[in-house]
Write a protein that binds this ligand. Structure first.
Ligand SMILES: [Zn+2]
Length: 315
């Protein structure tokens, strides 16, 4: 293990990933545990503390330099996780809670910003100054680099692309608004799309078989590859909506690339091809055709912890 390490933590709605990371980006003891977001946050910290102390005891020459955390609704300015969706924690100052246990430097940002930092320092965006990382999972998150800097806005909440309205009086979103990008282009959006398709075609066997609590991305991908027309239409529809949102962001930011990360980004070109066509259709001539849609090259689950660790390694 490297002599000096940083603990990078990526807190998610379902699972939390953490690892000890050297300055070169080498990940030691990468672990994934259930977040258990319906219990108090202290329980999660207890479990991480026990495991990290064990590892540090076994590697007595190693020193914990600091802790970087990415979390849903994590505010870099205040150190608070502010009423995160899917977690019943309310507002918690995680920086103070971790400092009490570990007595080292602790820094926080939101989960999508952490993924963007991971791509910038250790991933596909090393040479880029202007790019947007989009995390596609249950929801849609985004972290924006502009002119070489991560954008935080005046209050720490810049880059909420998932909640850009793309449809007037559209679908209900978890945020309370209507027609947000996330309610179309995410796993929960696809779930809603399946229901909409069923309204038009209530007896379709395949649609009925995939209409459940959870969208099975692997099944959809496999059916798409077999030429299933409904799977193709679902991705086409989702990609179209995604492309509309990308065009809006690109019009403002003129990025070199959008980089996709997260479980549902595994659909890859099945969704990114229609998204690119839709984006270019919605862009002015000066922007169209110049922006790449790329997939993260970092191992699944590692962009978040690497980016979190970079809060300490490259403050
Ligand atoms: Zn919303």
């Amino acid at each position: 293990m490297n002599k000096q390490v940083v603990l990078g933590i990526d807190i998610g709605g379902t699972n939390t990933v953490y690892g000890l990371i050297g300055q070169d980006g080498h990940v030691h003891h990468h672990e994934e545990i259930p977040t258990k977001g319906s219990s108090p946050v202290e329980g999660l910290i207890d479990r991480i503390e026990a495991s990290i102390n064990d590892i540090l005891d076994q590697n007595s020459e190693s020193e914990l330099l600091g802790i970087g955390i990415g979390a849903p609704n994590g505010n870099h300015f205040s150190g608070m996780i502010q009423d995160p969706p899917n977690l019943s924690w309310g507002n918690v100052n995680v920086i103070d809670l971790f400092k009490d246990r570990f007595n080292c430097k602790v820094d926080l940002t939101n989960d999508a910003n952490a993924a963007a930092l991971g791509e910038k320092h250790y991933g596909i965006a090393k040479e880029m100054t202007d790019f947007v990382v989009i995390t596609l999972g249950t929801g849609l998150g985004s972290g924006i680099f502009s002119g070489g800097r991560l954008l935080y806005g005046h209050d720490g909440f810049a880059g909420e692309m998932g909640h850009m309205p793309i449809e007037d009086d559209g679908r209900d979103c978890n945020c309370g608004n209507k027609g947000c990008l996330e309610s179309y282009a995410s796993a929960s959006g696809i779930k809603k799309t399946i229901r909409t398709f069923l309204d038009d075609d209530p007896d379709d066997e395949f649609l009925n078989s995939i209409n459940g609590d959870k969208v099975d991305g692997f099944l959809l991908d496999a059916e798409f590859d077999k030429g299933n027309d409904i799977a193709r239409r679902i991705y086409e529809y989702t990609g179209n909506k995604l492309g509309q949102g990308l065009a809006q962001a690109a019009t403002l930011l003129s990025p070199q690339a959008f980089i996709f990360y997260g479980g549902f980004s595994n659909a890859g070109n099945r969704i990114l091809d229609p998204a690119k066509r839709s984006m270019d259709r919605h862009l002015i001539n000066g922007h169209a055709g110049k922006i790449d849609l790329l997939r993260s090259g970092l191992p699944q689950g590692q962009a978040g912890i690497l980016g979190a660790a970079s809060l300490i390694w490259a403050p």
